[in-house]
Write a protein that binds this ligand. Structure first.
Ligand code: 3AT
Ligand code: MG
Length: 357
């Protein structure tokens, strides 16, 4: 069953809600696109990966599964292997073997080994099925990503306003040039966490419960409790979650979201959706300076702490670590601009919100 939101929302921001939905509607992926992407995943799984490494499997994660996909969004895949003696070692040997194999299949291939986990980036040129081409990210043994995908998917099933806010913020951040972890700003995943913090802790009454804090801790199997040493438990019984008392429109929530982050204390605070209240200080996390560590290939990996968003499970990981000083300046600037434009409540003014920068 999809999300249920009982009554129509209050309508003070109806013009802005209409604008948000008019931006989102053309971006909803069609059922056909989702079907074709699943077929491609299956082909990669069965024909390519399992032929090379029979014990491996290819699992989708990210927006394709969490409900936040847009038309033409990339395909995030994860390769897992539970075998105690696999043909190729999954993190050190398999990536190279597979990269060569994907090239034989005509994909444009880039293998990244200096990242936290090895990643293969595949690009397929325009085809009849994907006229705009298709980008894929394939990670190896990225198990925590499967769990955070599930957490996001569960939140998106509780309240349909979350998905609309995510699609709009993703679009806004893309056209305003602040949605690229490769260029010193924030990934879509980071933006989703900012929205979750807002809906759980800031909106009043709150729109979403904190799934990592509600519900009796009834005995659950170990796989639901821990992954790679991190606590991954969250409340999954959606039938026991009452609808939110917050009936604000999508437009009003969006306006509140922008104004909250326009004033947010990025200098001192850490966004933490697992924590009651949703905030921690940088000092309490020890996230006060840039941290250099040595990566898997002896290269220096820099984690900056200008903008801090704690991963809901991997709590030592700052999802915003890619954001540099200029990136934070741009992101803050865009939040302030958005807040000002939406406050005008005049379509001639707020239409500028998603103008290409
Ligand atoms: P797009 O439609 O691709 O923009 P998306 O929802 O697929 O949005 P991302 O591509 O940013 O989101 O991320 C896909 C998944 O990858 C989400 C999360 O499981 C993982 N991920 C992305 N960025 C990070 C990060 N900085 N830290 C940890 N996990 C991340
Ligand atoms: Mg993605």
């Amino acid at each position: 069953a999809g999300p249920t939101n009982p009554q129509p929302y209050q309508d003070a921001y109806s013009g802005f809600t209409e604008y948000v939905l008019s931006i989102n509607r053309p971006q909803y992926p069609s059922a056909n696109e989702m079907y074709l992407k699943e077929q491609l995943r299956s082909l990669i799984d069965v024909e390519i990966v399992q032929r090379i490494q029979p014990s491996a499997r290819v699992i989708p994660f990210g927006s394709l599964v969490n409900g936040f996909a847009t038309a033409n969004s990339d395909l995030d895949l994860c390769i897992l292997d539970d075998s105690p003696n696999p043909r190729y070692k999954i993190k050190t040997e398999l990536p190279e073997v597979l990269a060569a194999e994907f090239e034989r299949y005509g994909f444009e291939v880039k293998l990244l080994t200096k990242t936290r986990i090895p990643i293969i980036k595949l690009v397929q040129g325009p085809t009849a099925q994907f006229p705009l081409g298709l980008a894929m990210d394939i990670g190896f043994e990225n198990r925590l990503a499967l769990h955070n995908t599930r957490l996001l998917a569960t939140y998106s099933r509780i309240d349909s306003r979350l998905r609309e806010m995510v699609l709009f913020v993703k679009h806004w951040a893309k056209v305003r040039g602040i949605n690229s972890s490769y260029h010193g700003t924030l990934s879509s995943y980071g933006y989703v966490l900012t929205i979750l913090h807002f809906l759980i802790n800031v909106a009043s009454p709150s729109c979403l419960p904190n799934l990592q804090h509600i519900g009796a801790q009834v005995p659950v199997p170990f796989e639901e409790l821990e992954c790679e040493g991190y606590n991954i438990w969250f409340f999954k019984d959606l039938t026991n979650i009452p609808p939110s008392l917050n009936r604000r429109s999508i437009g009003e929530l969006m306006a509140e979201y922008f104004s909250y982050y326009a004033q947010f204390d990025f200098r001192n605070m850490v966004i933490s959706i697992r924590t009651p209240g949703g905030l921690l200080t940088k000092t309490s996390k020890g996230w006060t300076q840039a941290l250099d560590r040595v990566g898997p290939e002896d290269q220096k990996v820099r984690s900056r702490n200008f903008l801090c968003i704690e991963d809901p499970f991997e709590i030592t990981h700052n999802v915003g670590r890619t954001v540099g000083k200029n990136g934070l300046y741009d992101i803050r600037g865009e939040y302030m601009r958005a807040s000002k434009l939406t406050r005008a409540r005049d379509p001639r003014v707020f239409r500028a919100l998603c103008e290409q920068r």
